[in-house]
Design a protein around this ligand. Structure first.
Ligand SMILES: C[S@@+](CC[C@H](N)C(=O)[O-])C[C@H]1O[C@@H](n2cnc3c(N)ncnc32)[C@H](O)[C@@H]1O
Length: 822
């Protein structure tokens, strides 16, 4: 059909727009013709977003030219090949409509779906002029499921994430004895350290340690975590001020052929990754990760530090170190990149440039600066750069460090792009999570940036060795998934999810998925939520409840009033470990609960359900208590009968389990039998409050993580506000990560009386039930009866792996019955 004059004008305008992209008129016209047909002459759609649809169609047509030609030659139908729409477009249409005619009636957005199958997520969306649905926005919607976004493997977490089953209630044989969820403070058996003595110990680890916050891919893929790539043993003081590294763009084929992994060049390839992760001895961890040529990949990292730095780092593996590799000029690089953006990602906006893109990425990241970061110290300037291109062992590394005012116009020489970076110093403190713009990899590098203009070796070393150095601010891993406001608010420092609340740092790592540690508020001590009555007063501590006449270390004496309350003997020996006999008794009670149950006449748990019909008590475990010395005692703070009060002293790590249990807790050091690990800390709730929370669980998906403090419910009528539990779902400590294991768990929970002689409120402390090796996961038996579907907390399918697994038995039993019945 002959175009009307206005159509002609529009066609000319389209040709002009496309010619600015280097596309010739004949090509434009042929594709335009098809588009008009498909869009029923809806020019607005074609003109929208600077002829984006048209450009898409042309590029796709080009992309498919070769297969199309092949196909046509096979079918001996070669005419019009150069003028057809993309073969995939056409083939799709043909498949869907069956004939050319039908294409005319296809709804306008439909072709767009096909036209934008790849990499369109990040393209700007502008509504079309006539207010009709934007092709791109429509496309985004349509492609939601096909966007290639990696589905997030949601961790099972007790903090309210779906899939988290919490709550261990009492168990065995239908008897409710305790419910629990992990959380809490780790203390060490040798826990002599005072809270004030926050001197870190070195963390012995036998296995390759995983840096805090690092995400590692399974199957021996390379760790994503990386830091400044600094050549080992390489004189860093030769690095040029302000020069930003860069260099090496691998041949197109190399990039294309390499799967995007988080390769970090290692010893074998001559690369060394130095991270700022440090243990408490202040010794910087160095992770030298070898990578084979086969594994050589490109790796994209984006990170920021509390100093307001933004670092973009592109690195390439060893395969690129061939003799024919050369560093391109900046102009070459930018031209190739812009061409690639145009061709591969269909970015047709004339305002687009790679430089702007880099600047925008840095700006976006800096937008995440929080309030504390805004308290910048005036006058301080960070300008740092590393010219990695000078580093013979790390050729292939392209890094851009950006600050607020990224100056991409800086000089360029000898194959390096130099970026001046500067920003006001940001007060140290919080670490900012940042969004990852390209979803390539989630590395979390940690880097030490010198405050002065030089990135001198001496300074680097100093920073790496001194965790208190003002420059020792870790950059943060940027996970692949989009961060929610919740993520950002609750982001946990990978080096210490306790946020400094404990005597020791407790890092977290995820070697399995891209998820952050769950969000919750870390509290080192139990806190009353609202209604719970916790009566801690000195006047309630009678002379029989304290050893006011003692001096020094009670454990060295034969007995005292406090020991009397623990059954006549101290529970701890002189080394601060549980005495064997005491521990074995506790273990026996836990493993044979049926023989140690009591039944309340008026069970607070049943009462809390308040559904008008009071069910009989299902039973609670009668436990052995430890009575520790406290403020009214005459002994000193160093008394050996004050173990759990000192808090966590052993080195623990939160990690993402590979067995489908979500996050878990493990020890980083060998622990002897009877050692205190941590206390279960959470909000202190009345049973009624717990019940109300549980009712809301199904609505908000946030499951409680409770432990009943029911060990004293046999003492008579327990008032509602005195029947307590601890919920660690929102406020808790490290113990909230301890997973359940049926029967042969390596931790045992023991009630400890410190402040309240009444035993309505007590501490719920975890001790090792056997020797535990470094790297072993810590577990305890929640006491769950997996057949009891009546208790208020969601059950989970147990993956404890124990041969005594109660859930597994039930499962296999039901299978057996099923097969008999069948
Ligand atoms: C207190 S939380 C423990 C930490 C939890 N894994 C997380 O990711 O936050 C208890 C929850 O962990 C999971 N869990 C604990 N032990 C488990 C086990 N043996 N098998 C499967 N899931 C388990 C369940 O979802 C349970 O509700």
């Amino acid at each position: 059909m002959a175009p009307t004059p206005s159509q002609k004008e529009r066609a000319l305008a389209a040709c002009r727009a496309m010619s600015s992209l280097g596309i010739d008129d004949s090509k434009v016209k042929s594709v335009l013709k098809k588009l008009l047909k498909v869009y029923d002459k809806n020019w607005e759609l074609i003109e929208a977003e600077n002829y984006r649809v048209l450009a898409d169609a042309i590029f796709e047509d080009d992309d498919n030219m070769v297969p199309e030609l092949k196909k046509k030659s096979q079918t001996a139908d070669v005419h019009n090949t150069g003028h057809s729409m993309s073969s995939s477009f056409q083939n799709n249409q043909e498949a869907e409509t069956g004939c050319e005619e039908a294409q005319m009636h296809v709804e306008t957005p439909q072709p767009l779906k096909r036209l934008r199958l790849q990499g369109q997520e990040s393209q700007p969306l502008h509504p079309p002029p006539n207010g009709s649905p934007s092709p791109s926005s429509k496309k985004l919607k349509l492609d939601d499921n096909a966007s290639g976004k990696k589905p997030q493997n949601k961790p099972v977490s007790s903090d309210g994430n779906p899939g988290i089953a919490t709550r261990p209630l009492p168990p065995r044989d239908g008897i409710v004895d305790k419910g629990k969820q992990p959380a809490s403070l780790p203390l060490n058996h040798r826990g002599r350290r005072l809270p004030s003595e926050r001197v870190p110990q070195s963390i012995p680890s036998r296995e390759p340690t995983v840096e805090p916050g690092r995400f590692l891919l399974p199957n021996n893929q390379m760790p994503r975590t990386q830091t400044l790539v600094i050549p080992k043993d390489e004189p860093i003081d030769e690095l040029t001020d302000y020069e930003m590294p860069i260099a090496v763009i691998p041949p197109e084929s190399s990039v294309r052929n390499s799967s995007i992994k988080n390769g970090v060049a290692g010893k074998h390839s001559g690369h060394v990754t130095v991270t700022s992760s440090q243990n408490r001895d202040g010794v910087g961890d160095e992770d030298v990760i070898p990578t084979s040529k086969k594994e050589a990949t490109c790796n994209v990292e984006i990170a920021s530090s509390t100093l307001g730095e933004v670092k973009l780092s592109l690195s390439y593996g060893s395969a690129l170190q061939g003799s024919d590799f050369h560093i391109p000029s900046r102009d070459q690089l930018i031209k190739v990149m812009e061409d690639k953006c145009l061709r591969s990602y269909k970015i047709t906006d004339p305002n687009f440039s790679v430089k702007n893109l880099l600047r925008d990425i840095c700006d976006c990241m800096l937008e995440f600066r929080n309030d504390s970061n805004d308290d910048s110290q005036e006058g301080s300037v960070i300008s740092s750069s590393v010219d990695v291109s000078k580093e013979p062992r790390a050729p292939g590394t392209l890094s851009v460090v950006g600050n607020k005012d990224l100056d991409t116009s800086s000089h360029f020489s000898n194959g390096s792009i130099n970026v001046k970076s500067s920003d006001d110093l940001v007060s140290p403190g919080s670490i900012l999570p940042l969004a990852h713009p390209n979803g390539l990899s989630d590395a979390v590098p940690v880097s030490k940036m010198d405050r002065t203009n030089d990135f001198l070796q001496s300074n680097v070393k100093k920073d790496l060795e001194d965790p208190m150095s003002p420059n020792s601010h870790s950059l943060v891993v940027v996970p692949q998934h989009q961060l929610t406001a919740d993520d950002i608010r609750s982001f946990h420092d990978a080096n210490d999810l306790t946020k400094g609340e404990e005597n020791v740092e407790i890092p977290w790592v995820n070697e399995t998925t891209n998820d952050f540690a769950p969000s919750f508020n870390y509290i080192p001590q139990n806190l009353v939520f609202q209604e719970a009555y916790v009566n801690i007063s000195l006047s309630r501590v009678g002379s029989e409840d304290c050893c006011s006449t003692c001096m020094g270390n009670c454990v060295l004496s034969s007995s005292c009033a406090c020991a009397n309350k623990t059954g006549g003997e101290f529970a701890y020996n002189a080394q601060g470990l549980l005495k064997e006999e005491f521990l074995e008794e506790c273990i026996a009670i836990s493993r044979n609960p049926q023989q140690h149950l009591f039944y309340c006449k008026n069970c607070p748990l049943e009462r809390s359900k308040s559904d008008g019909c009071l069910e009989p008590c299902k039973g609670h475990l009668k436990r052995k208590f430890i009575k520790e010395c406290w403020s009214k005692c005459g002994c000193g703070k160093q008394c050996g009968n004050r173990v759990i009060q000192r808090g966590i002293t052993c080195h623990l790590q939160v990690f993402f389990t590979s067995e489908g249990k979500g996050w878990g807790l493990r020890t980083l050091e060998d622990l002897p039998k009877g050692a205190f690990v941590c206390e279960f800390v959470g909000e202190i709730l009345s049973m009624k409050e717990l019940h109300e929370r549980n009712l809301k669980c199904t609505e908000n998906g946030k499951y409680t993580c409770p432990v009943l403090l029911d060990a004293n419910w046999d003492s008579g009528y327990v008032k509602d506000e005195e029947a307590l539990c601890l919920d660690a779902a929102s406020f808790g400590n490290t113990a909230r990560f301890i997973n359940h294991r049926c029967s042969d768990a390596n931790l045992i929970e023991i009630p400890v009386e410190v402040e309240d002689p009444g035993h309505y409120y007590y501490h719920f402390a975890f001790f090792t039930s056997r020797k535990i090796s470094a790297q072993e996961e810590l577990t305890w038996d929640y006491g769950i009866d997996f057949d009891d579907h009546d208790h208020p907390v969601k059950l989970f399918q147990c993956r404890c792996g124990s041969k005594f697994c109660r859930n597994m038995k039930r499962y296999s039993r039901s299978l057996r019955y099923a097969s008999i019945a069948g």
